[in-house]
Ligand binder design. Structure first.
Ligand code: SAM
Length: 278
């Protein structure tokens, strides 16, 4: 179903999202906590040398850089220029050659069928209007091309983290859909609809073992992960709420700790690949 989006309100919302993702140090989160996810998506989508690949909501290039290193001709697009700038530096250091372009996933500045493969690694899920974003992924993919999506599930760690943060964070405007819905297979199938075929969806986990304690996890996200930094800013003048969020985030990590001494967690995501109908 297509929803009417007020362009002025949408611009303001996207400005807010852009500022939020520039808070903290998202490139550090990608590099230190989930670096293997981009490569996992590139492999699942079977990216080959010479293919034209678009990484949507690419951030600092977690998927775009491995795709370029695999020999594809890659465009990394994202709402947040600060992340693209860091991505360009990281790519330069790794000898990866690709284009970095500012773009809203809901209004991609590309032609119909321009890419052989369209990827998004825990990225497009953060665009607020899911159907508009899905329509754009399908539009810019060529007939017979591949769409590959990796998204946090609602039941997994990051899905739960958004539930934990919700009572503390600024309420989203009407019409904004929760990001972890993209981690539900039924939702993604509905968004892509009969415009795709050969849909494969698998739930997998990534092991996160760099935190010594649940509090260590909390403090890292409090300092580095844009949505968490934004939630703390929103409640900054209410010490009780700050203490509550401090407690709830540490408890979340404690609940997910598999119990090996330090805080080791398995964060669940949904990996979807699909072929655009010819
Ligand atoms: C969790 S980060 C993922 C970045 C990267 N794909 C990775 O795997 O590290 C989410 C990204 O979505 C981007 N984003 C959020 N809303 C967006 C939108 N409407 N259009 C394009 N990018 C968006 C943010 O700027 C941020 O880079």
């Amino acid at each position: 179903m297509t929803v009417q989006i007020d362009p002025v309100a949408d611009r303001a919302l996207k400005d807010k999202h852009r500022s939020m993702w520039a808070l903290g140090d998202y490139p550090a989160v990608a590099a230190q906590i989930i670096p293997e996810l981009g490569a996992a998506l590139v492999q699942a989508a079977d990216v080959r040398p010479g293919q034209r690949v678009l990484d949507v909501a690419a951030g600092s290039g977690n998927a775009a850089i491995p795709a370029a290193l695999a020999g594809a001709s890659v465009v990394a697009s994202d709402l947040t220029p600060e992340l693209l700038r860091t991505g360009r530096e990281l790519a330069g250091r790794q000898g990866a050659d690709l284009r970095w372009e500012e773009a809203d996933a809901e209004a991609l500045p590309y032609d119909e069928g321009e890419f052989d493969t369209v990827l998004s690694c825990v990225g497009v899920m953060f665009a607020p209007h899911h159907q508009s974003a899905a329509d754009e992924l399908v539009r810019v993919c060529r007939p017979g091309g591949t769409i590959g999506l990796l998204s946090w599930t609602p039941e997994g760690f990051i899905g739960e983290m958004f539930k934990v943060m919700k009572p503390y964070a600024a309420p989203p405007p009407p019409g904004v859909q929760p990001p972890p819905l993209w981690g539900s297979e039924d939702h993604v199938r509905e968004l892509l609809g009969d415009r795709v075929t050969a849909v494969e969806a698998h739930r997998q986990t990534v092991r996160v073992d760099r935190f010594a304690t649940p509090e260590d996890f909390r403090d890292y996200f409090k300092a580095n992960y844009g949505p968490t930094v934004a939630a703390y800013r929103y409640i900054a003048d209410d010490p009780e709420k700050v203490a509550g969020l401090d407690r709830d985030l540490a408890d979340l990590a404690r609940r997910h700790d598999i119990g090996t001494g330090t805080t080791v967690m398995d964060w669940e995501y949904l990996l979807v690949t699909a072929r655009k109908r010819g």
